[in-house]
Design a protein around this ligand. Structure first.
Ligand code: FAD
Length: 693
């Protein structure tokens, strides 16, 4: 009977869950051109002429190939640009890169047979479309897909559409590459013809780049045959013209020195603050959470007061980082730009459809420091494109070898976790002065904000969010350099500065802490808020089970803070269980002292169950503790507990999922598959929620 009740609950919640899912697009942040207000004619070109009809757009611009991207963190967008460039340089295609949300989809049935559409689509979170692909996904997979000429799903309205598809996914998530799979199936069902296989890149296995490279060669062969394309020797053609402006200096008002938008540059930034218009927020407090020397975890309190920004417990905050000075210097030195780092440059797309992602005019220094992902892992294809601009024949030969030999590249470059400048420095001490700056803009992503799970409760501190971030600093065995995370080391430097630490540049990274035109002075950081579906039950008397080892505890600190406050107000608060894990109780037990206070406030209803992996001979993790507490977990689930997991997506979250399936099956005497099934149901109904990365 218990099972029946649970099944029923699952069904009801499933229905509510789908409603929530399909309305999400209406309040998700919708990316727009961040520099639109710059008046510099930057990205206006992206939708030049402003038509949303892709067929019209291709005709207007004389293109025969559109490469749509659905991107969350910029990788899919980067792959789209790379395909566009390769298509144009190797095969003479006239390519257009398109943000999928910049177009309508009801004219796809008029897509000309002699043209080609690429779909480069990332899958986000639980098999979801990226924010910019939500509308497309809903349209093309919907039951009542209606095209302009009136075709329905029964006939084959897309029979003239030829397409190429590549997906970016992560096999550690359950719905691996769901987006590209669903879109491929939906387009095919509507009569479209796919050229080549639908590629799938796997971030989980760390093979995204190699999967992409392996997929694209047979795809180009199939496409050449289908469109009768002739391959030619690829000659580099810059996408952007970079013109140095000797008349201007970096002091001039109109020059972007790292500001995210024109309004920020002009000192008149105002709300609404969003993913395109960050708020320069004061960090009001920052402190270290770990009690060990060699590892750091930051707690930061960031004020939203007066910004009109609001958040709900469980939301995310995005932090807009700055590259480390030492890496900016290295980059400029390697490409021979050191002496003219403060020269003013104008960046323009040579083709009207080229999208300039860097605000212009700017300087080389600001471009690298604030706008380019200069420290990221290096792509083999990108390194290969530098061969033509190598300082000497020997270096060129080495780069050609690196570009064509996957294993050698891994041994020398990616396995060392070099960024591009470190990679080139490892090959030669000569500078690469011949590399066009356009190629660097094309080859590197734009610098992305990083997300953090807000670790405070909006009920307790409405105008102040906190984050809990572990500083990414890894020395690989045998490697000479440390691999440093961009954002967390920047935040660490801000914390050092705020606390008047005698070594404000703990790792010699020399951040420009006061920001462009000193506008971040007094310890400010650009942020925006991203609303999430990771939420406490609206009824606080419902029990909750939280699994959050390491920084995975972040949102749960907010959850517990909130439930303690509700209890203090006299509300009935249900059982609150936290499974927390770390290495040692006296080293990295985050918020230990604070949790003791909550324990006093919540009494027996708060249970904190810990797993310290390095305190016994056998490593103990949260999933082991979960298993040991199977009957508690099962009882709470029967009482309609919500189950939450936060933190490491690669291993922990997956294992917790499996263990929970076992617990349900065992405790209820069901076959294992049924347990798994129940967890699936819990997921789709919203009673099993994940916030993983
Ligand atoms: P990055 O520079 O982005 O580097 C990321 C990783 O790549 C590092 O491990 C680094 O060692 C490695 N790397 C860097 N450069 C190279 C290279 N050249 N070659 C190879 N490898 C390299 N984190 C938290 O600490 N707390 C949270 O609450 C939290 N919440 C999150 C919520 C969401 C929804 C998401 C998506 C992520 C969350 N994260 C959280 C992770 C966070 O967004 C960042 O990814 C993390 O802080 C690292 O950022 P970074 O800029 O310091 O590192």
């Amino acid at each position: 009977a218990q099972l029946d009740t649970l099944d029923l609950l699952v069904l009801v919640a499933l229905l509510l869950g789908s409603v929530a899912y399909f309305t999400k697009g209406t309040y998700w942040a919708v990316p727009k051109d961040p520099y639109a207000s710059a008046g510099a004619g930057l990205n206006g070109a992206a939708t030049g002429g402003k038509t949303r009809d892709i067929v019209e757009k291709l005709n207007e611009t004389g293109k025969n190939c559109v490469i749509f991207y659905g991107s969350q963190t910029g990788t899919a967008e980067d792959y789209a640009s790379r395909l566009a460039k390769e298509g144009s340089q190797r095969f003479g295609l006239k390519t257009l890169v398109a943000d999928i949300e910049d177009y309508d989809y009801d004219t796809l049935d008029k897509f000309p047979e002699d043209k080609i559409a690429f779909f480069v689509l990332a899958t986000y979170g639980e098999g979801e479309p990226t924010d910019n692909a939500v509308d497309f996904y809903q349209f093309i997979t919907g039951d009542d897909v209606a095209f302009e000429s009136g075709g329905g799903a029964d006939d084959q309205p897309l029979s003239s559409l030829k397409f190429v598809a590549f997906g970016l996914g992560n096999n550690t998530y359950e719905h691996y590459n769901a987006m590209v799979r669903h879109i491929d199936a939906a387009l095919t069902k509507l009569g479209a013809t796919r050229i080549g296989t639908a590629g799938e890149g796997d971030d989980g296995a760390g093979t995204m780049e190699e999967d992409f490279l392996a997929w694209k060669e047979p795809m180009w062969a199939a496409l050449s045959e289908s469109m009768d394309l002739q391959e030619r020797e690829a000659i580099y053609e810059p996408v952007f013209s970079i013109i140095e402006d000797d008349e201007k200096t970096s002091e001039d008002e109109g020059v972007y020195l790292g500001e995210p938008t024109a309004a920020h540059r002009e000192g008149r930034a105002k709300g609404p603050f969003s993913a395109h218009n960050p708020y320069i927020a004061p960090i009001v407090e920052s402190r270290e959470l770990f009690a060990v020397k060699d590892r750091n975890c930051l707690h930061m309190e960031i004020s939203l007061a007066g910004s009109n920004l609001s958040y709900q417990t469980g939301d995310h905050v995005a932090v807009w980082p700055t590259n480390a000075g030492a890496e900016v210097d290295r980059f400029l030195q390697v490409f021979g730009l050191e002496d003219k780092r403060h020269s003013v440059i104008n960046i323009k797309g040579i083709d009207v459809t080229a999208k300039v992602s860097i605000p212009t005019p700017t300087t080389y220094d600001a471009a690298v420091r604030y706008y380019m992902e200069a420290c990221a892992p290096v792509s083999r294809q990108f390194v290969a494109t530098l061969a033509a601009f190598a300082p000497d024949e020997q270096t060129k030969a080495e780069i050609v070898r690196l570009g064509s030999d996957k294993d050698y590249f891994h041994e020398k470059i990616s396995g060392q976790r070099f960024n591009i400048a470190q990679a080139l420095q490892s090959i030669t001490s000569k500078t690469f002065t011949a590399v066009p700056f356009s190629l660097l803009i094309e080859g590197l992503n734009k610098l992305q904000p990083r997300y953090y799970s807000i670790s405070s409760s909006s009920l307790v501190q409405k105008d102040k969010i906190s984050i809990t971030a572990v500083v990414e600093s890894v020395r690989l065995p045998g490697a000479t350099h440390m691999v440093k995370g961009v954002t967390t080391n920047y935040l660490f430097a801000l914390k050092q500065k705020q606390n008047g630490d005698p070594s404000p540049d703990p790792h010699g990274l020399t951040y420009q802490i006061t920001g462009p035109r000193n506008n971040y002075d007094g310890i400010h950081v650009p942020v925006h808020i991203r609303h999430s579906n990771f939420k406490l039950p609206s009824d606080p008397s419902k029990p909750i089970i939280m699994v959050g080892p390491g920084t995975g505890v972040a949102p749960f600190r907010g959850f517990i803070q909130e439930r303690a406050a509700l209890a203090a107000k006299g509300e009935k608060v249900g059982t609150t269980v936290l499974f927390f894990g770390c290495r040692k109780s006296d080293e990295d037990f985050l918020y230990n002292a604070e949790f003791q206070t909550y324990q006093e406030q919540l009494g027996d209803s708060l249970k904190i169950i810990t797993a310290f992996s390095r305190e016994s001979s056998e490593k103990v993790y949260v999933q082991h503790r979960l298993k040991e507490n199977a009957s508690l977990v099962s009882d709470l689930l029967k009482q309609k507990a919500n189950f939450y997991v936060c933190g490491d997506a690669a291993n922990m979250a997956r294992e917790v999922n499996t263990v929970l399936g076992h617990i349900i099956a065992e405790q209820r005497g069901m076959p294992a598959e049924k347990g798994e099934e129940m967890v699936k149901h819990m997921r789709s109904s919203g009673s099993y929620q994940e916030d993983v990365w």
